[in-house]
Design a protein around this ligand. Structure first.
Ligand code: ADP
Length: 466
């Protein structure tokens, strides 16, 4: 419960952190945008001033001359009432705007000016008419006046959100008065700002990634620990159960030894002491398994390799196993595809444990008459030992876990199968200590195959050629 609360609190903290990072980034962007407007806007302003100084006149003076001619024509061509209709007004605005665009000499100048200063010159310029009046000596027609709020007739230039206001141009001529706002926009504005923020962006992203990673790792560790503690408690209850059975058998057998009818009967005494010996051996094996894990955890597996004739070893293991399994009528078929007298270097004792474990699992987890196949062959530079059975099989999900410490699968076998979930764990550790690998292929309901792959050293490899 406490752990879950911790996870939730950590998650909320993570969300807040990510939110805060977004807030910082957006604030920083606004700040940089303001800075961009000031510095680039300032540059453009000086650019226009320079233009004015070079030409020694208002940059729009030539356009105003053309506009004055147009204004005089309009005043004389249209009767006064027509100049007050919206459609005519719109047309006039459009004509004035077009004159501004057609006679624009500032934009090419500014592009060169920015290039010379090594600044981004990909700009769009906008001349926005704020007010326009046509007049002669006696009459005045307001065509458009945004300043007084009469903006029913707005110009249709889309100046975009980020365009920077540079300055206004005013002109009072014989037939018209005009006020124009001049704006500049940079196509690469976002790219330039992001480039300036890149160091900060990388830092902020790294912070989020690191925190996210720490969160995921902590969560994964917590889940692993939870799983391990569940497995450990399962193991303890299994272990207690497993220990109790031989202990109670020993208790009953040793109590029986003192009974009068047993004391006088050497046959019965011998039987009982055999039982005690067997149960004692079982107890010892179980305790050894547990001791093995702690030894393995402290100092890893140490193996003592020696040259072993593999055919002989497998036959010996299978024979011993058959003897122990007599009453269960287990069928074991062995197939060799290796040269005669083939020797391989391995730890005989540990490899015997591996094969015994796989053989006994093949019988334990089986609901039919057990049929086991052992195939020994050479493949590339490795010796392959495949042990297949016709047992209950292992689901895909469990296949990933069966080699984990204490792991036992759920199944519907009619009787409870004893075990500590350590067999395959040791099998894998032993094979790996030999530099090999073990893989599992299984179909639930049809059987399993454990494939052991042991690499051959150069001497062994040469032998395979004979
Ligand atoms: P144990 O046999 O003590 O439970 P193992 O580590 O040997 O421990 O096996 C782990 C689990 O893998 C077993 O509980 C069993 O469910 C499953 N298993 C192992 N071998 C086989 C097999 N040949 N067929 C089906 N299931 C198997």
């Amino acid at each position: 419960m406490k752990k879950r609360l911790n996870i939730i609190i950590a998650f909320i903290a993570l969300v807040i952190l990510i939110g805060a990072q977004f807030y910082v980034v957006s604030e920083l962007y606004h700040l940089k945008n303001g800075e961009f407007n000031r510095s680039y806007g300032g540059e453009i302003f000086y650019g226009v001033e320079t233009y004015q100084q070079q030409k020694e006149l208002n940059p729009l003076a030539p356009v105003f001359e053309v506009m004055d001619k147009l204004a005089s024509r309009l005043i004389f061509d249209y009767p006064g009432f027509e100049l007050e209709t919206d459609t005519i007004k719109s047309g006039i605005i459009r004509s004035f705007e077009n004159l501004l665009i057609e006679n624009d000499s500032i934009t090419p100048f500014l592009e060169k000016y920015l290039e010379a200063k090594n600044l981004d010159s990909d700009i769009s310029t906008f001349f926005i008419i704020k007010s326009l009046k046509l007049h002669d000596l006696s009459r005045e027609f307001i065509i458009f006046d945004k300043t007084s709020g009469e903006d029913g007739l707005i110009n249709n230039q889309d100046i975009g959100q980020g365009a920077i206001f540079i300055r206004s141009f005013n002109a009072k001529r014989d037939y018209f008065d005009i006020e124009i706002d001049f704006y500049v926009d940079f196509s690469n504005r976002i790219r330039i700002i992001v480039r300036e923020m890149r160091f900060m962006l990388v830092l902020l992203t790294l912070t989020v990634v690191v925190v996210l990673l720490v969160y995921i790792l902590t969560l994964r560790n917590m889940l692993r620990q939870k799983k391990l503690s569940e497995l450990k408690s399962d193991f303890i209850s299994n272990m207690t159960h497993e220990l109790k059975t031989p202990l109670s058998t020993i208790a009953v057998a040793s109590a029986s030894l003192t009974l009068d009818n047993v004391l006088g009967n050497p046959e019965k005494s011998k039987n009982l002491s055999e039982i005690i010996k067997r149960q004692n051996k079982l107890l010892n094996q179980m305790i050894d398994q547990v001791l093995d894990i702690s030894a393995l955890e402290q100092s890893g597996f140490s193996i003592k390799k020696e040259p072993v004739e593999i055919k002989f070893l497998i036959e010996e293991i299978v024979e011993d196993f058959r003897v122990n399994q007599k009453e269960k009528s287990t069928g074991i078929e062995i197939e060799y595809n290796i040269p005669k007298d083939f020797y391989i270097e391995l730890d005989k004792f540990q490899m015997t444990r591996v094969l015994n474990n796989l053989l006994s699992n093949a019988v334990k987890y089986n609901d039919k008459k057990p049929l086991i196949k052992v195939v020994v062959s050479l493949k590339g530079g490795s010796l392959l030992v495949v042990i297949s059975d016709n047992g209950i099989g292992i689901s895909k999900e469990n296949q990933k876990e069966v080699f984990s410490k204490f792991y036992r699968c759920e199944h519907n076998l009619p009787k409870k199968i004893k075990g500590l979930g350590l067999g395959l764990y040791f099998v894998k550790k032993i094979v790996e200590a030999h530099g090999g690998t073990i893989n599992l292929e299984s179909t639930p309901g049809r059987g399993s195959s454990f494939i052991i792959n042991l690499p051959l050293n150069s001497k062994e490899y040469e032998n395979t050629a004979c």
